[in-house]
Structure formats: C-alpha cells, structure tokens
Design a protein around this ligand. Structure first.
Ligand code: DQA
Length: 144
C-alpha cells in the first residue's frame, strides 16, 4: 500500500478562521478528512501532521525516512520563506515532495515570493485553495 504524508506548518491549524479572504473557509480537519478518504479509495494510506513548531516538523520528516512514507505533500506556511533547516530535512530524507500553498504566494508581499523548498520540490501548487492538496494527491496517486 502506498503511504503519503501531509505536513502542515505554523498557523494552518487556524484555517477556516484565519484571514478567510486569503486562505478560504475550509478547516484543516476537513482538508485532512478529504485527503484520507481520497487516498483510501485508491488503496493509499494518507497520514497528516500539523505543527506550529519548526523542530516538530523536522522530527516528523526524519521519522518519515523510516516509516515507509513514499511521498510528502507539504504546506510549510511561513517557514516556506525562512527555513533552511526545513529544506535541509527534506533534502536529507530524500522523499519526493510537492509544496502546496492555499494562496498565490507570487501575487502577495515580496517576502512571500521566495521559497527555500521549491528548488527541491517535485512541483509547487500555489493559489488554488484547499483544492491544491487534492490535485497534489491525485498527481502522486497517478504517478506511482
Ligand atoms: C501559505 C502562504 C505563506 O506565505 C503563509 O505564511 C502561510 C500560508 C499558504 O498556504 O498560502 O502561512 O503557505
């Protein structure tokens, strides 16, 4: 069975309430539930993890090296634009990943235009709201 890990970075636990005009009204648990169900239909185990702590996300990526995770879908939140350590963890794990952003980071403040992760990503989806996670999952399910 294929195993895919969904990682959500800082502040994404507030989805639904947090700046809904930018991030939409779908809650994180609904996104995760949809992805789990979609995976189950296709005989794929989808597991999700959210943390507001950079180190916890890094630890979870290290764990993924040993738990059979075959691909990662990650929305790193603000860490996208700041975290060399998160990038290094993904590089060390050498697990293919897709970077997802709910908002179009290229149409916002200049500091959001840079991602420390994109260079290593299989692909980047930005600006398609919660649908972006589903498109990323569909891609991974089709490719394997
Ligand atoms: C985000 C975009 C980031 O710039 C921001 O810090 C987030 C969410 C997005 O999903 O659009 O927390 O990753």
């Amino acid at each position: 069975m294929q195993k895919i890990l969904i990682l959500h970075g800082p502040n994404l636990n507030l989805l639904g309430d947090r700046e809904p005009e930018i991030y939409g009204t779908t809650r994180l648990e609904d996104i995760d539930a949809r992805l789990t169900a979609r995976g189950r239909e296709r005989h794929c185990e989808v597991r999700s993890f959210q943390s507001n702590w950079e180190g916890a996300l890094i630890d979870r990526i290290h764990e993924a090296r040993k738990d059979g995770t075959q691909a990662i879908i990650i929305n790193p939140g603000g860490l996208t634009h700041t975290s060399v350590a998160l990038r290094d963890a993904l590089a060390a794990a050498a697990i293919p990943f897709i970077e997802v952003h709910l908002s179009n980071v290229h149409a916002r403040e200049a500091f959001r235009n840079q991602s420390f992760l994109s260079q290593l990503a299989l692909g980047v989806i930005s600006g398609l709201g919660a649908r972006g996670y589903e498109l990323a999952l569909d891609y991974l399910l089709e490719e394997k």
